[in-house]
Design a protein around this ligand. Structure first.
Ligand SMILES: C[S@@+](CC[C@H](N)C(=O)[O-])C[C@H]1O[C@@H](n2cnc3c(N)ncnc32)[C@H](O)[C@@H]1O
Length: 277
């Protein structure tokens, strides 16, 4: 009897020990995932991109059997008011700061984008790289009546989400989202899309395309004198060839606006370049 009680007590304490160890392990993993690693990569460019853009995105895609753009769209549909672009922008920023980082221009660089667009008041604009439509909504909401924004996206899944985000924000009448690679579409701007010249171009697609696409815009005569090119991520991930070209070409007057990589403390910035003709 005595031995039986002792064995039962030993088994119970083994289970208590095992369950406590499991609970501590889960708590530690949760703390690492939610606070410790995100805080550790806040100031580290490649750490932040590897953590947010590769590890977390893949893990959540697997766990939720969904994609980041679809989760972002759900956050917009749940938290933003239809027809209110500012509420769409806030819902995306909140989602990206508190749930999942995403590669939108973000709120901090977004306010620089806002000032450039408001100051220029462009009639015809081009955006290279739509993703989920965050910057498209930011730009479109500031455009004067009758103005036009063409945005190019070569990933059909992103384009499908962006269409819904843009229409949730109520700015669809000002936006033409065109699916396809910028290198193929830019030469078609005059004939197929009836564009004479662009007043404003926002470059935010893959970084190795900034320079060739700028040269294409020049060769196709799509930049009017005084047109503004605004390039995102010129420091992180970085666009060294583009910066060397745009800062040294006598055809541009260029200025750097320092900021941070979206939703982090890593240095990044926007390069604003005025085409002198
Ligand atoms: C950084 S994200 C754009 C973010 C968006 N501008 C925002 O701030 O909300 C870059 C996007 O460009 C798209 N992209 C990259 N290279 C492209 C190209 N050559 N033509 C069209 N889309 C491209 C990618 O699929 C991706 O969705």
């Amino acid at each position: 009897m005595h031995t039986y009680l002792e064995t039962a007590a030993a088994e119970t304490s083994m289970w208590v020990y095992f369950l406590s160890a499991c609970a501590a392990g889960v708590a530690l993993l949760y703390a690492l995932w939610s606070w410790l690693i995100p805080a550790a990569v806040q100031y580290n460019a490649w750490g932040a991109l590897l953590w947010h853009d590769v590890i977390v995105e893949r893990a959540l895609d697997l766990l939720t059997r969904s994609t980041r753009p679809k989760r972002l769209l759900r956050a917009v549909q749940k938290n933003a008011t239809r027809g209110d672009p500012l509420s769409v922008i806030s819902a995306i920023d909140h989602f990206c700061r508190h749930s999942e980082w995403a590669m939108n221009v973000g709120d901090e660089k977004g306010s620089i984008l806002d000032s450039v667009v408001s100051e220029l008041n462009p009639n015809t604009s081009l955006e290279l790289g739509t993703y989920c439509g965050y910057s498209t909504v930011r730009i479109a909401r500031l455009l004067p009546p009758g103005a036009r924004l063409i945005t190019l996206e070569f990933n059909p899944d992103y384009a499908a989400v962006a269409r819904q985000v843009i229409s949730w924000a109520g700015v669809q009448d000002k936006v033409e989202l065109v699916e396809g690679p910028s290198g193929d579409l830019i030469p078609q701007m005059k004939e197929r899309f009836g564009v004479e010249t662009f007043d404003f171009v926002f470059l935010d697609h893959w970084k190795d395309r900034y320079l060739p696409d700028t040269n294409l815009l020049e060769e196709c005569g799509l930049l009017r004198k005084g047109a503004v090119l605004l390039a995102d991520n010129v420091i992180c991930p970085g666009t060294p060839e583009y910066l060397a070209y745009i800062r040294n070409s006598p055809r541009y007057e260029s200025r750097y606006f320092q900021s941070h990589l979206e939703y982090t403390k890593v240095e990044d910035g926007l390069e604003k370049s005025v085409f002198l003709g």
